[in-house]
Design a protein around this ligand. Sequence first.
Ligand code: NAP
Length: 445
Amino acid sequence: MPDYRRLRVALLGAGAVGSQVAALLRLHSAELADRASASLELAGIAVRNLDAPRETDLPKELFTTDAESLIVGADIVIELMGGIEPARTYLLQAINSGADVVTANKALLATHGPEIFDAADQVGAQVYYEAAAAGAIPIIRPLRDSLAGDRVQRIMGIVNGTTNYILDRMDTEGAEFADVLADAQRLGYAEADPTADVEGYDAAQKAAILASLAFHTSVPLESVHREGITGIDKAMMDAARHAGLVIKLLAVCERLRDGDSESISVRVYPALIDRTHPLASVHGANNAVFVQAEAAGNLMFYGAGAGGVQTASAVLGDVVSAARRHIAGGVGVGESTRANLAVVPIGQVTTRYQITLEVDDQPGVLATVAGILSEGRVSIATVEQTVAGEPVPGGGTAPQTPENTARLVIGTHKAKEQDLSETVSRLAGSGVVERVVSVLRVEGE
Ligand code: NAP
């Protein structure tokens, strides 16, 4: 092996991802050194519990509970502890002591990203975080580097594997949410407390990271509109299937134009997409990010959004980049946030909707419903009335409705969210609508 410069690598965390990163760093040390033009020496691994079992075979003497001392003198610090503190403090310490840093911590970047990037800018350090969104899938570099010369118009991402696994099984097996969630927990796809996944918090963190990069704007997590999938039931899934659609939890990051002025919308919610859309074929716990850019057109990034060894691949790519840049030196390249576009509230967003209503089964009801929609500036694209128990296109039968009611499924043209929600409230109180069964956005052109 050539006489490469030795770089001290400090690893914080040896859980699902960290234990794999440590093992691969050791296993492929010669190849990684050739790629980085530097010898990457794992100086130590900080953990909480020295006696905890590890998923990979690692020498005991590498482990320490003293993260602060490990960071001192490190050239590259890899943070794989997760959570906000002490990860934030350690990353800042690492940056301020001259290290380049690698992290997979979406929660930290989505909440304290600007603070960390500013600290890195001050000292010319680099922050790499390919694994912080969509696990193994290369999406941070494509947005930050490959598409830096283009203008991203929209990103639609399936960025949470747990919810995709649940929705996919509900779709393909006709199962209920609670049953699939229990199964997912048993199989290790969902945490004992699934809130972060099923309520869309995890996806919202990733959406904030992706939108910040795509639109060269610092997108605070609080500005991301978020809804989870707990309200999705079998009947909605069946109705979607019958209409040639499928429900996915989507992170949508969109550039909006109003005359000469531009703004962005960043939102996470379960939405209907056409079964022919590339995202409809993302099954199981896989992730995918569909990017639409002005010059490049449509791009699809697909693969494992989680998993220890898969995520370790993205982390190690960052480690090689960090090593190359550490050797080359010079000023760091900061995050590009100068576009500084406003993030509009959800009420200002326009999209298509599917509204499902249980209405009185009598003459004139359809005209009343159409009138309310038209008054509310919501234009109808399709209307389907289903009769309980009768076969419907796509297979199966229409759901039961209470006696003397019919089910109306209304597809709208693009409407403003605020107009739509006011109109749905008026429909609910109209006297002819017994129940608003569901209102779902329809995404994808
Ligand atoms: P994990 O399995 O929970 O492992 C966390 C590790 O950090 C453990 O080794 C733990 O030590 C150590 N740790 C926690 N707090 C510490 C502290 N205060 N001081 C020292 N060590 C501490 O987590 P993970 O799944 O590997 O995830 C790591 C990061 O990668 C997270 O930011 C996560 O969001 C991100 N990520 C994970 C995946 C995935 O598939 N797992 C995918 C993409 C991104 P002990 O072992 O001693 O408890």
